[in-house]
Design a protein around this ligand. Structure first.
Ligand code: ADP
Ligand code: MG
Length: 404
């Protein structure tokens, strides 16, 4: 590991340091519903403030269309950051425009400024390298040095993650360093048994990880939206549940490979089937091979793993020395379908070894269900980034910080 650390930037008192954080928090009606990523950004920012740096925080929020959209303003996040830092935090209503320039110029040593959502500027996520470089160049005007700490975006080649870091002396922040420490422990000689639990709704994204995990893990537990593609691969009908029909053949391949390698792919034996996608929908528990034999027939929707599956998963998790979990087991946002996720989360808190939760919604789920961060070995701020790391991919946002 050759990641450049903040120390490598030399003394930062009086220097303008642009810090790329991942402050992409869930918002409902302008209120932050889970501030985990803001809290995770505090150690680096506090350390820079303590050194007397002039701290300029940049981040994206959601997926605005490359133009200002008040729905995705970082203003509430800047306010929350001020509370957590227990210091005034200024906010610029643009990214590289007149307000930002004026507020950067007005920053005193040890002060913090948050710029508006980077993705209000099309250059941030442009596929065109010249456009990204141009936007990065404008951001670089504000920076004597750059600290990259947005772990959730290091798998993206974006202006503030990849190009900006190459235009100024740059280093990784404390969050990225902490995340990589844990991910290293998952990839280099994890203590066994090593169990990975996968769920959530980004099915095709996550199926790709399985190929890379099979040679490394002892067991793979499959819940959430992706379980139905597995059940379909075994020839079962899944009603109107989430299904990626074009992935069925791939999944068959994984099942065959797992059998060959002696890795257990553990699939649900029962699921919670609902009449519709709503909190007050009628629902029943059905065997995994009889999803269409409920009163809802082929229109039934599998929205959670069933209780037998949840307790089997919990036993497997508690018996492991290393557990990585990404993706809720069901639609935890709706209370009737939260039980599977709750049981799995509780089991992770009982692991005698390393337990890691990765993924934006998974992290939000454990907090929403009343668990405390400290009950887990680590809660990663990055879903896609941690999965790609575990896949062994080269992550552009880490490579520019010296990682190999
Ligand atoms: P993460 O952000 O942790 O990586 P994802 O974004 O892949 O997870 O998926 C999270 C979403 O998956 C949640 O909003 C949850 O409601 C949804 N989900 C879980 N199980 C199901 C299911 N059976 N059907 C539909 N959606 C599901
Ligand atoms: Mg998600």
């Amino acid at each position: 590991m050759t990641l450049r650390t903040i120390d490598s930037l030399g003394p930062l008192a009086g220097k303008r340091v642009v810090v790329r954080c991942d402050l992409n928090v869930p918002l409902r009606d302008g209120v932050i519903t889970d501030d985990g990523r803001v809290r995770a950004s505090v150690p680096t920012l506090a350390a820079l403030v303590a050194q007397g740096a002039r701290v300029i925080v940049v981040s994206h929020l959601g997926r605005p269309d490359g133009a200002p959209d008040p729905k995705y303003s970082l203003a509430p996040v800047a306010a929350r950051l001020g509370e957590l830092l227990d210091a005034p935090v200024a906010f610029a209503t643009d990214t590289v425009g007149a307000d930002a320039a004026a507020k950067v110029a007005a920053l005193a040593d040890g002060e913090v400024l948050v710029l508006e959502n980077l993705r209000f500027n099309a250059g941030e996520t442009s596929k065109n390298e010249a456009e990204r470089t141009a936007f990065a160049g404008e951001l670089a005007e504000f920076a004597d040095a750059v600290v990259s700490d947005g772990f959730g975006v290091v798998h993206r080649k974006q202006a503030s993650v990849y190009e900006l870091e190459q235009l100024r002396p740059s280093a990784a922040g404390l969050l990225i360093a902490a995340e990589l420490d844990v991910l290293d422990r998952l990839t280099e000689n994890p203590e066994r048994p090593y169990t990975v639990v996968l769920g959530g709704s980004k099915v095709s994204d996550k199926l790709g990880v399985i190929a890379h995990l099979l040679p490394r893990v002892d067991a793979l537990l499959i819940g959430g939206g992706m379980l139905f593609t597995f059940l379909a691969a075994q020839g079962h009908k899944v009603g109107s549940s989430l299904l990626e029909a074009d992935q069925i053949e791939t999944v068959k391949g994984y099942l065959a490979e797992a059998a060959e390698r002696g890795v257990d792919i553990v699939l649900p034996t029962d699921v919670v089937v609902a009449a519709s996608f709503s909190a007050d929908a009628e629902h029943v528990v059905a065997p995994a091979d009889a999803i269409e034999q409920t009163p809802f027939g082929a229109s039934g929707l599998g929205l959670d793993i069933g209780p037998d599956t949840a307790s089997e998963f919990a036993n497997r998790i508690r018996g492991s020395k290393t557990v990585f979990w990404n993706g809720p087991m069901g639609v935890f946002e709706l209370e009737p379908f939260a039980a599977g996720t709750r049981v799995v989360a509780a089991a992770l808190t009982q692991v005698d070894g390393l337990s890691v939760v990765g993924g934006g919604d998974s992290a939000a789920a454990v907090r929403q269900l009343g668990f405390d961060d400290a009950q887990f070995g680590h809660i990663s701020t990055g879903g896609g980034a941690s999965l790609e790391f575990l896949e062994g991919k080269k992550l552009p946002g880490l490579e520019v910080l010296g990682w190999q």
